[in-house]
Design a protein around this ligand. Structure first.
Ligand code: GRG
Ligand code: 1GP
Ligand code: MG
Length: 253
């Protein structure tokens, strides 16, 4: 049995020894391949650490492949799939967050979709990275699509219990998700309790739009910050660059 970590996961751990990481999420349903390529190149220039690709709706097939290929052609950053289901797998990506939505009420999002996608991941030779995915209020689209019972914002202990359960089940990352475009990010008190309880790296995303919010999440104990909407919604590539720089400053200090 081979238990070595894959290339992307080793890269993440090596970098985490020195700094907090910034992953940029691109949704193939919202950005065309050309723009995705440009944002990925800019991200690399600015010091972002990886590009995640996915969406809860429509990020599949040709549309997904086109965006992943464009990103690979324009930058050397690792590409990590962030699938809404087994439909969100592309042969062109380096790795996939092989995630289980632990607080879903629907077994499809806990183990079902994973079983349907497992052989595809193996056939394509994509590196699977096991991850516990937890939806925090409000949860937005992904909370609704994923049939989640969102964890109340003022109940950090529930999040910590799920996170520790995820680690004990063998998951090597925990992701606290407020939902893409959430009006408020995950509360710092919740981030710090989860950080105290688990040993694996903690990813936080959803609703992080400013340098201040990014810094607050990192200071509370997040290891990796995911940003998507703030960059996607910029009205020009120039303002996307400024936003990326601002968020990166908050994360890297
Ligand atoms: C590992 C495999 C094969 C499947 C896992 C499938 C699971 C558990 C999915 C969780 C539920 C889900 C719908 C996740 C979507 C994650 C995601 C890509 C969210 C962010 O998407 P955005 O595109 O930013 O948000 P919108 O979809 O709201 O635009
Ligand atoms: O789009 P935003 O709000 O940055 O959220 C990023 C990510 O956590 C969504 O899955
Ligand atoms: Mg989206």
């Amino acid at each position: 049995m081979k238990l070595e970590l894959g290339r992307v996961e080793s890269y993440i751990h090596a970098k985490l020894k020195r700094e907090k990481l910034h992953f940029v999420l691109l949704d193939p349903d919202d950005v065309d391949p050309e723009t995705a390529g440009k944002i990925a190149r800019m991200s690399e220039e600015i010091g972002v650490d990886a590009i995640m690709i996915g969406g809860s709706t429509g990020a599949e097939g040709d549309v997904l492949d086109g965006v992943v290929r464009a990103i690979r052609e324009s930058s050397n950053l690792p590409t990590i799939l962030f699938p809404g289901s087994h439909g969100g797998i592309s042969r062109y990506a380096d790795a996939i967050f092989f995630m289980s939505l632990l607080n879903s009420t629907n077994p499809f999002f806990i183990t079902g979709s994973q079983a349907l996608g497992a052989f595809t991941v193996k056939r394509y030779g994509i590196e699977p990275i096991p991850m516990a995915y937890l939806i925090i209020e409000p949860g937005e689209t992904v909370g609704w699509v994923g049939d989640a019972k969102p964890i109340p914002r003022h109940k950090p202990k529930i999040a910590a219990a799920y996170a520790l359960a995820g680690q004990y089940l063998g998951m090597r990352f925990v992701y606290l998700e407020a939902g893409s475009g959430a009006p408020q990010p995950v509360p710092p008190e919740m981030i710090s309790l989860v950080r105290k309880v688990i040993d694996v790296p903690l990813i936080v995303g959803g609703g992080i739009r400013t340098e201040k919010q990014a810094r607050a999440a990192v200071e509370a104990g997040a290891d990796i910050i995911v940003t998507g909407t703030a960059i996607e919604k910029a009205d020009s590539l120039e303002s996307a660059r400024e936003k990326l720089e601002e968020l990166n400053r908050g994360i890297k200090g």
